[in-house]
Write a protein that binds this ligand. Structure first.
Ligand SMILES: O=C(O)[C@H](O)[C@@H](O)[C@H](O)[C@H](O)COP(=O)(O)O
Length: 241
């Protein structure tokens, strides 16, 4: 696991964009495409905008396929739909064709939406191993990532798939990659900043005895892939030096 800690979010973001560009170009060179899983939430918005503007010419976007590590159970036009956030911040600016973007179809019931998304991902990988080139993840202050929330049933999944899950604390369903699907990735990058995340960061990174029910991000432990944490000083404040 690589731990990168930055004084400012701007420095963090600059390095993270360079990291994404490097992985994208390596994947495109080696296999002709870059399978990129986006995170939702607020943290990535500036990063997405930067990729679509100052870094627009650094990647051959015609070779990039976009996926979502989780989605809220709202209509695609709803402001909290992760797909809409990414569309607005990046995908529209890059004029990415629809056939390169895998949105979660939340017009379906959550369970069906998850089944259909799993089918679409398997079809894209043509039945091969579902190992995405890069999965970008955020983390909540409760140590959830994607929609792997503390105490939820999806944490027990051993399936390499997208699943639906009822999140009691939000009183809503979510659609999310399971931990086994995330752990198939070649590269995983966490984008976590802000002091409100410091306690969760400490537990996830430093707890010797894991408690994945309480700190679900501890489940993220890829078989062969790399994990890199992009943190600012505030989020890393409680880590032992
Ligand atoms: O759908 C979502 O909200 C995300 O996938 C979720 O896992 C997010 O990454 C964390 O909640 C952190 O969110 P912030 O970046 O807004 O702090």
């Amino acid at each position: 696991m690589n731990l990168l800690i930055y004084k400012t979010q701007e420095e963090l973001q600059e390095d993270l964009v360079d990291y994404i560009v490097a992985i994208a170009n390596k994947a495109i060179e080696e296999q002709g495409c870059f399978n990129f899983v986006l995170t939702g939430g607020n943290s990535p918005k500036a990063l997405y905008h930067s990729l679509a503007t100052s870094y627009k010419d650094k990647i051959d976007w015609t070779k990039v396929y976009f996926f979502f590590g989780d989605e809220r159970n709202v209509m695609p036009t709803h402001e909290s739909y992760n797909g809409l956030m990414a569309k607005t911040a990046m995908l529209d600016l890059l004029e990415i064709p629809e056939n390169q973007i895998f949105y979660v179809d939340t017009t379906l019931a959550p369970e069906k939406a998850a089944i259909e998304y799993t089918k679409a991902i398997n079809a894209h990988f043509k039945g091969a191993d579902l190992s995405f080139d890069l999965i970008l993840l955020g983390m909540g202050d409760d140590a959830h990532t994607a929609s792997l929330f503390p105490g939820t049933t999806i944490l027990n999944s051993k399936e390499v798939e997208v699943d639906s899950v009822f999140v009691e604390k939000l009183s809503t369903y979510r659609i999310s990659f399971t931990a086994p699907l995330i752990n198939k990735a070649k590269n995983i990058a966490f984008l976590v900043f802000g002091e409100n995340k410091a306690d969760a960061v400490k537990h996830v990174i430093e707890d010797k005895k894991k408690n994945t029910k309480l700190y679900p991000t501890q489940l993220i432990d890829p078989i062969d892939g790399s994990v890199t944490w992009f943190l600012d000083d505030a989020a890393a404040a409680l880590l032992d030096n």
